[in-house]
Design a protein around this ligand. Sequence first.
Ligand code: ASP
Length: 455
Amino acid sequence: MKVCKFGGTSVASAEQIRKVVDIVTADPQRRIVVVSAPGKRFSDDIKVTDLLIRLAEAALQGEETESHLKRVVDRFRDIAEDLGLSNDVSNEIEKDLRSRLTCDKTDSLLYMDTMKAAGEDNNAKMIAAYFNLIGVEAKYVSPKEGGLLVNNRPQAVRALPEGDEQLAKLRDESALIVFPGFFGYTKDGTLRTFNRGGSDITGSIVAAAVEADLYENFTDVDSVFAANPTVIENPVPIKTMTYREMRELAYAGFSVFHDEALIPAFRKSIPVSIKNTNNPDAPGTSIVKERDYHEQQVIGIAADSGFTAIYVDKYLMNTEIGFGRRLLQIFEEEDISYEHTPSGIDNLSIIIRTCYLPLDKEQRIVERIHRELDPDAVIVEHDYSMIVLVGEGMQYTTGLAARAASAIASTGANIEMINQGSSEVSLVFGVKVPDEDKILRALYAEFFQKTSVHS
Ligand code: ASP
């Protein structure tokens, strides 16, 4: 059986939902459908999730909510009408939204999660109703009933394996299952949403729990590309890559697939296929456990900005037992998670995503490092970009780092940091944000446009 997930643009309008229905009904193995909330219909459009966030913010601030509510309801009503569904469907959606609006606001994060989840939840109900209308027996299953259990860490929500047994029963349902993405329930029944784009995660959890033969992730591009198409003209499509490669690329900005979504599929070795709802016959990108890397050692190059480096220098750091632990403990106590820790004999840098490091915490961390570790210098540098060269073949090929470094040197940009993870699937270059695009172009030319004597 196959689990298919349809992203926001795939369910943004009645026309798109009809494509979804065609895709699902074309293959009887497609038994479980996970849906996002209606996304953008055109580039300036606003996703339903964002409309819901505005609505929740207005409610939390005690502002007028009716106009915000109307925008959400109208989006659903337009789709329902175009699909030929009865008014009851959109009236139910409006009722649901009004009742969520009156929920307890004491815990604003919880309130926000309840409001955000309304996009996928109501969309799943509406799409199930449409399948039934056209004579395909379908059943909406809520994550509570289905068993999608999550932990209770707001903004760091993860699925709990305890839910898998219940979820696995979805396999035995005779009706087509329509399951809302993006949220689950804690053991005590509290609704929690995953991070943005989290319907990919739901799809992967469900696919793993039912031990699907394939997890199909339908989006709006024909495949994953080797580099960002807004910077590189016509980058090569990636036909096959490994879970680890996708994870590395997704981490550094490949938004086609959520980086947290791979883990469940990976653990159960469920192959993942990225497909285009608007062009379902295109082969797409397959994500599998292993690939033949001999032809293409480097599979893609990603770049992501928004990093801060905290550089700590202390003479004889290498001989000071416990220095690294005490330094990292400060970050742990301040509830900051770090990304990389490149080090030298007398220095260590902690690289953090700037969005997770509010200024007050940054100042407190720097003060604590001075007070508790007595360093010679602590320097904070913002505006870092991470350029990540990804490929399973890197660990078996000599000279790739040298080629990458000389390609970067040819742009005149300075490399601020180099980090090669022990797995050798990726090579990370810390650079200054203004240099990002030119470096990406130089690396792409080196690894994808040259007939190389090295490969
Ligand atoms: N609707 C949610 C978002 O916009 C989740 C998703 O689409 O995957 O982030």
